[in-house]
Design a protein. Structure first.
Length: 423
């Protein structure tokens, strides 16, 4: 249960932070954000402020930003729809209620025939069941629609739609989601360093000694300076770990300097299976010494984010040089399995995992695949080169192909994750 809760919270934070980036920049660019949702599925709670409807939905996984004029913002009202119109004193429509879940007091019953809620802003139909007279009402620029599920959102006139913003603002809006994930990663890695008490440093000095580990049983202590391992001189903790890894279940001599005295200890590393490596490796249950300075902890947010980013780029590059492999990818099932492992190590490691995933999400969203932010940015660049936008029809086809590719890939990755982690 703890792992499930941790997974929901981590996944929710990642998506909400990502979507808030799009939301914030869209607002700054004059693009109408019709809805900002936390969660998916049926609506649990809703409130409106400054033209945006904020909703909390029942399924606590992710969320979304609904920007006016985007492909996923569909609000067409079909002919024949029964509605209730709320009019002001000038008989201009202020609200169009198409839901039977919400009652509009003092409204006019109306059967809708045609609408133009983007350019000329009018609505036509038959009032109070009288089909002998077709009536037309002007619609306010800031009028709202109560949709079938009871959610009230603002209409989307063309001047506040995504495509009406300048090219640079649209590019910034598309990039803002991944950018927010990078910011989250920096903050979370720095927070991890503070919670951890410091930043691991690559000096040949012992940090934490795990209880009941081979190191503790052999007498190794925190702040011991490592001198030699199996007769080989070591100058970094990485050197030390590399030598230890070669001796699973085999005794090895370790020389350490402690309080100006040199001690010789015999340690038998435990044989551990490490994913991605053949056979087992030796581990003795120690971590590197820590740098406790505030500057080092803050710097760790940037350096570790960059280190993770470069590792991801190497993996992506290996798809081109070493061939495609589903084992290099992870979907929701893989994320849940990893969350379980990190949750078992405590809150501090969950913060590290959040930062790690945030870097991944930011970079993966910038891959130039249609439907992802990277694909949208490519379309923006093409528009800049051509001097005019791609037609909505062609962009829709490209996006549809991208969505299809992503769905197929997600199914394959999920199935592969199930086989890897549960069989």
């Amino acid at each position: 249960m703890a792992a499930i809760i941790a997974f929901i919270i981590i996944f929710g934070i990642l998506v909400v932070v990502h979507e808030f980036g799009h939301f914030y920049m869209a607002k700054r660019s004059g693009i109408l954000v019709r809805e900002f949702s936390i969660g998916m599925g049926p609506k649990l709670f809703a409130t409106r402020k400054n033209g945006t409807t904020y909703t909390i939905r029942w399924l606590p996984l992710g969320g979304y930003v609904r920007m006016a004029g985007m492909a996923d913002d569909e609000s067409e009202i079909e002919a024949g729809t029964q509605a209730t119109l709320l009019l002001d004193e000038q008989e201009t429509v202020q609200k169009i209620n198409t839901s039977d879940k919400v009652t509009t007091l003092n409204g006019v019953p109306f059967q809708i025939a045609k609408t133009d809620l983007q350019k000329e802003l009018w609505i036509e139909g038959y009032e109070s069941g009288d089909e002998s007279e077709l009536k037309r009402y002007s619609v306010s620029h800031d009028a709202t629609i109560v949709e079938s599920d009871g959610t009230e959102v603002q209409i989307a006139p063309v001047d506040v739609q995504f495509q009406s913003a300048s090219l640079i603002n649209r590019m910034l809006t598309n990039f803002a989601g991944p950018f927010n994930n990078f910011i989250l990663a920096i903050v979370a890695f720095a927070l991890f360093a503070f919670l951890n008490g410091g930043v691991p440093q690559n000096k040949a000095i012992v940090g934490t000694v795990m209880p009941n580990s081979p190191a503790q049983k052999a007498g190794l202590k925190m702040d011991d300076r490592l001198v030699k391992v199996a007769g080989k001189k070591v100058t970094t903790f990485t050197d030390f770990s590399s030598v230890i890894a070669k001796y699973p279940n085999k005794p090895v001599n370790v020389q350490v300097k402690r309080a100006k005295q040199t001690k010789s200890l015999e340690i038998t590393p435990k044989a551990v299976k490490v994913e991605g490596q053949k056979g087992k490796v030796g581990q003795i249950g120690v971590t590197a010494g820590l740098n406790h300075s505030v500057g080092a902890k803050l710097k760790y947010g940037f350096t570790q984010s960059w280190a993770n980013a470069t590792q991801i780029f190497r993996i992506l590059g290996s798809f081109l040089t070493g061939g495609f492999s589903l084992n290099k990818l992870a979907g929701p099932v893989g994320m849940y399995s990893m969350t379980t492992q990190f949750a078992s190590q405590g809150f501090t490691m969950l913060v590290y995992f959040l930062a790690f995933l945030s870097v991944n999400l930011g970079i993966m969203n910038l891959i130039p695949i249609p439907a992802l932010d990277g694909g949208k940015l490519v379309i923006n660049v093409i528009e800049a080169i051509r001097g005019k936008p791609i037609s909505p029809e062609k962009e829709g086809i490209v996006t549809l192909v991208g969505v299809g590719m992503m769905v197929v890939l997600m199914v394959l990755v999920t199935w592969n994750d199930i086989q890897r982690f549960f069989f």
